[in-house]
Design a protein around this ligand. Structure first.
Ligand SMILES: Cc1cc2nc3c(=O)[nH]c(=O)nc-3n(C[C@H](O)[C@H](O)[C@H](O)COP(=O)(O)O)c2cc1C
Length: 354
């Protein structure tokens, strides 16, 4: 129904307007408990999909990726759509309006979105205050990034990340350090090993038993990646999210929207993300937990990432293009694929495609 009737109407409007309207509708549905009533339509349960990872229980491996719920307004709603976990943010130390609009552009044929939000969010203090003492029905990750402000540079940018980390660490089930956003002001990304080491050193002085993930760019160069993997080992990082938006526009049909700045999500990131997962898994013998993210639209896409080495999956663009029934569909198809390959549980399939 979504793809036939609702999506053609939604896709006629500006994507950010649609996103804001859906956000408002979703909040209304959870406050009025309508989403609880509709829950059976969307949720699919099967014990083959259940898993305990880093002492966190996941009912299924499909999570909402960062960027859809930037201000953590949908933590009551998303469990009713059938998500196994969700990541809010990215949040930044200071509130941020982001880049001027329009800053989202759909690639309809190519199943992608050009994203140029510029880390818009209400700020770490405001967002974490709302989440404090809240009981969550699914595991919650908080993604932290550096405030999009070019005057915050060098050591101040480490402090900027650190403030968000301190506010988030006792609330979330896990923390993601988004190091693949280029908006760090001084033109250096935190995928720069020198900056990253300073940040990890600082974060690790604050003892926390909360799992920490690093979110990587799908465009990362091998030698840089190897250095980051080494740092992750040195500083006991738990895992990676592979991956963020791609900045590389070669071989992408921009459907006349090439003049718009931004990273690209969805199908154009799929193969790069799969290669990155495979590389990290093989190089580290499965030592790190990998969350596979980029271009997942069905069970087969998710399974490919799991076989490459991902234990968990995240989606954003798939939800926007396929609609709310995507969770049930992916999870059902995953069980069929596991059964076809005679795996008893999702964990048995991780990395088996390498
Ligand atoms: C509208 C939009 C906003 C996003 N904002 C963030 C963000 O704030 N932080 C982040 O780490 N990733 C962000 N992303 C990237 C996604 O989390 C994800 O890594 C990427 O889109 C690939 O997954 P997908 O193909 O399922 O969308 C955003 C993506 C989209 C589409």
């Amino acid at each position: 129904m979504y793809k036939k009737f609702i999506k053609p109407i939604l896709f006629k409007f500006n994507p950010e307007f649609v996103h804001d309207t859906i956000n408002l509708t979703a909040r209304f549905a959870s406050v009025t408990r309508t989403s609880r009533i509709l829950r059976p339509l969307f949720v699919y349960k099967n014990e083959k999909l259940e898993n305990q990872i880093l002492n966190i229980n996941f009912k299924n491996p499909i999570g909402l990726a960062a960027g859809f719920d930037k201000n953590a307004q949908l933590t009551n709603f998303m469990p009713d759509l059938g998500f196994g976990f969700m990541e809010v943010g990215s949040i930044t130390s200071n509130p941020c309006e982001g880049n001027p609009k329009p800053r989202l552009h759909r690639l309809v044929k190519g199943k992608g979105i050009i994203v140029n939000y510029g880390l818009t969010n209400n700020g770490a203090e405001n967002i974490t205050k709302k989440l404090k003492n809240k009981k969550f029905r699914i595991p919650i990750g908080i993604s932290i990034a550096k405030t999009n402000d070019s005057s915050i540079k060098g050591d101040a940018s480490i402090q900027d990340y650190f403030k968000s980390f301190q506010l988030a660490k006792d609330i979330a089930d896990y923390i993601t350090i988004n190091i693949s956003c280029p908006n760090v002001g001084d033109g250096r990304s935190f995928e720069d090993p020198e900056l990253l080491e300073k940040l990890l050193k600082k974060i690790k002085t604050k003892q926390t038993n909360k799992p920490i993930f690093l979110k990587l760019s799908p465009d990362i160069k091998k030698d840089n990646l190897n250095k980051i993997i080494q740092l992750a080992e040195n500083y006991n990082i738990d895992g990676f999210i592979a991956s963020n938006l791609t900045k590389d526009r070669t071989n992408i049909d921009l459907e006349g929207k090439g003049k718009f700045k931004g990273g690209i999500s969805g199908k154009p990131t799929q193969d790069k993300s799969n290669q990155l997962i495979k590389y990290i898994y093989k190089k580290t013998n499965g030592k790190f937990i990998i969350i596979g993210c980029g271009g997942v639209f069905n069970g087969k896409d998710a399974y490919e990432k799991i076989k490459a080495g991902a234990s968990l999956i995240q989606i954003v663009t798939g939800l926007i293009f396929e609609g709310p029934s995507i969770l049930k569909k992916i999870n059902k198809e995953l069980v069929e694929l596991l059964e076809k390959d005679n795996y008893k549980n999702i964990q048995d399939a991780v990395g088996k495609g390498n």
